[in-house]
Design a protein around this ligand. Structure first.
Ligand code: AMP
Length: 287
């Protein structure tokens, strides 16, 4: 596996691959990789000849007081995991390589979409995500890019950005990978104390509860949300940021089960903010 720290190195390697006729897949990450990230690489390896993964803790998507400085990092471990899963090149730039000191250009969706769900408590987050993903698209020029359904709002926003800006890149969404006991894998799970780790199970438990209600035919999305909230409130270490039902494409709130409905949550366990979700498509789940 090639390790590239500069944009120029990535460009020249991609150019060489293009001359050989290879297709290219991109997996953007912030590192501290786990099986969730690995599943994106696996899918990219299946669908593309060459896979580029980026490992970059992107400062522009962190707000003041968030965990930019403490975000976990272990690049050697990341390289081992990526290589084992067949990644061809890892792009690991310094912040100064990605952002000039006077950088002032952002990519931002000018609608209510990035203001919903996580956007309420993280108002600049998706502007940072769109900007860095745009830059990665311009640097790597992939045929396909792979994102996890774990960050469902991010995936929806990237799909919209790609459509609005005519990026000729196919966005592939990949399912949430969970620990054996149900907790969605996340680099931030490492912040949890043993007691908090147990308490964090309340997220997936309430996801499975909501999923069951939807599958059993509950037509009122609000009732599902209420049941999920009540369930989370039984855990003393949990503090709800939001639990919401939104349209799976626009991310705008819905009350009935029509089209694809995304049930998404952000919950603090102690100081750690965790997210989880499931989506439900009425048509594909008819008995
Ligand atoms: P991150 O490093 O947290 O920015 O995540 C990089 C990519 O991995 C994003 O597309 C995430 O949605 C995806 N990802 C993170 N955790 C998981 C998971 N548990 N299952 C599937 N994809 C994930």
């Amino acid at each position: 596996m090639i390790t590239a720290n500069t944009i120029a190195e990535v460009r020249s390697q991609v150019l060489a691959w293009r001359k050989e006729g290879y297709s290219i897949g991109l997996v953007p990450t912030m590192g501290y990789l786990h099986e969730g990230h690995a599943s994106l690489v696996d899918e990219a390896v299946k669908q593309c000849d060459k896979v580029v993964a980026s490992v970059f803790v992107n400062p522009t998507q962190f707000g003041p007081g968030e965990d930019l400085e403490t975000y976990p990092r272990d690049f050697e471990h990341d390289c081992r995991l990526l290589e084992e899963h067949g990644c061809s090149m890892v792009f690991h730039p310094e912040v100064a390589e990605m952002y000039f000191e006077d950088a002032a250009t952002y990519v931002e969706i000018q609608s209510d979409m990035p203001k919903q769900l996580c956007g309420k408590t993280r108002p600049i987050h998706f502007r940072g995500v769109c900007t860095v993903v745009s830059k990665l698209f311009n640097i790597v020029c992939p045929d396909k890019a792979f994102f996890g359904q774990k960050d469902a709002q991010q995936l929806a926003i990237i799909r919209k950005m790609v459509r609005d800006l005519s990026y000729g890149i196919e966005i592939v969404g990949c399912p949430i990978i969970r620990e054996e006991d149900g907790l969605a894998k996340s680099s931030r799970n490492t912040y949890l104390s043993p007691e908090e780790r147990k308490a964090a199970l309340i997220l997936s438990k309430s996801i499975f509860l909501g999923q069951k209600m939807a599958q059993e035919g509950e037509k009122d999305a609000g009732r599902i949300v209420e049941a999920m909230i009540r369930n989370i409130e039984t855990e003393p270490l949990a503090r709800i940021d939001y639990v919401s039902a939104v349209d799976g494409i626009t991310m705008m709130p819905v009350s009935s089960m029509e089209g694809t409905v995304l049930f998404a949550m952000a919950v603090y366990i102690g100081k750690t903010r965790l997210i989880d979700n499931f989506d439900y498509n009425v048509n594909t789940h008819l008995p």
